[in-house]
Design a protein around this ligand. Structure first.
Ligand code: SAM
Length: 222
């Protein structure tokens, strides 16, 4: 196991303030790294592995930690809306090799932070190189791919379009298909926050945890 100091030395990449690669190594993120708890260093190991495979992983380490903590609590399948280069799906897949992970993304998004397009081929190549059990559906959500029409998931990450109407459409669909946790990324954004608040107020769901940019709701009815 590496120490936080060793992690701090490792980076040769930096894209600050959107979520990136690895954001915590330098400058203002050094503080976050310094206070990173030793018992969670395994998350940084995973984060670093993911960063080696993708041009950009759109989450900060603390978001990766939160995502892994909730998905690890559940044995069932995981759904991801918004995959980009595959970073968040790869992280979950590393820790949940016995569950199926389903990703929905129309692909071909030009990632302005790195000036490259996240093509379907590139995303599939990333998954295949690591032999990961991830199923990618190349389309927008909603609708749910017909193969998954009756599928139940334990967990879902909503990280697709951050426009309010799109996030709302994601939530209204997945809230009826997910049995444990729905995780919203980028809840600080004006398109996402009201829908996260709506989820927290839903009679079947309750707020479990929220960081400034990521929040989790839990189903409270069976
Ligand atoms: C913020 S990125 C996802 C980042 C990714 N979760 C990660 O950790 O690196 C947003 C992605 O959502 C996708 N997207 C946009 N609208 C969508 C929709 N309606 N359904 C599914 N994905 C969508 C975009 O193509 C883009 O790849």
């Amino acid at each position: 196991m590496k120490t936080t100091e060793e992690f701090a030395k490792k980076t040769d990449r930096e894209i600050i303030d959107g979520c990136w690669i690895p954001p915590f190594y330098r400058g203002k993120y050094q503080e976050a790294l310094d206070s990173w708890p030793e018992e969670k260093l395994w998350v940084l190991e995973i984060y670093w592995e993911v960063c080696n495979f993708v041009p950009r992983y759109g989450m900060w380490p603390e978001h990766c930690e939160m995502l892994l903590r909730y998905t690890l609590q559940c044995r069932g399948d995981h759904l991801e809306i918004g995959t980009l280069w595959g970073g968040s799906a790869m992280a979950v897949s590393f820790v949940k090799s016995s569950s199926r992970i389903y990703c929905i993304d129309p692909c071909n998004k030009t990632d302005s932070f790195v000036g490259k397009t996240a093509t379907e081929e590139r995303v599939r190549e990333n998954f295949a190189k690591l032999n990961l059990n991830i199923h990618l559906y190349v389309q927008k959500h909603p609708p749910m791919p017909s193969e998954l029409a009756d599928h139940r998931f334990d967990t879902c990450l909503i990280d697709g379009s951050h426009k309010a109407h799109a996030v709302q459409a994601n939530w209204l669909d997945v809230k009826n298909r997910v049995d444990r946790y729905v995780i919203f990324h980028d809840i600080h954004m004006k398109g996402v926050r009201p829908i996260f608040d709506m989820a927290c107020e839903d009679k079947d769901w309750k707020l479990t945890e929220a960081l400034p940019r990521m929040g989790v709701v839990k189903r409270c009815t069976s």
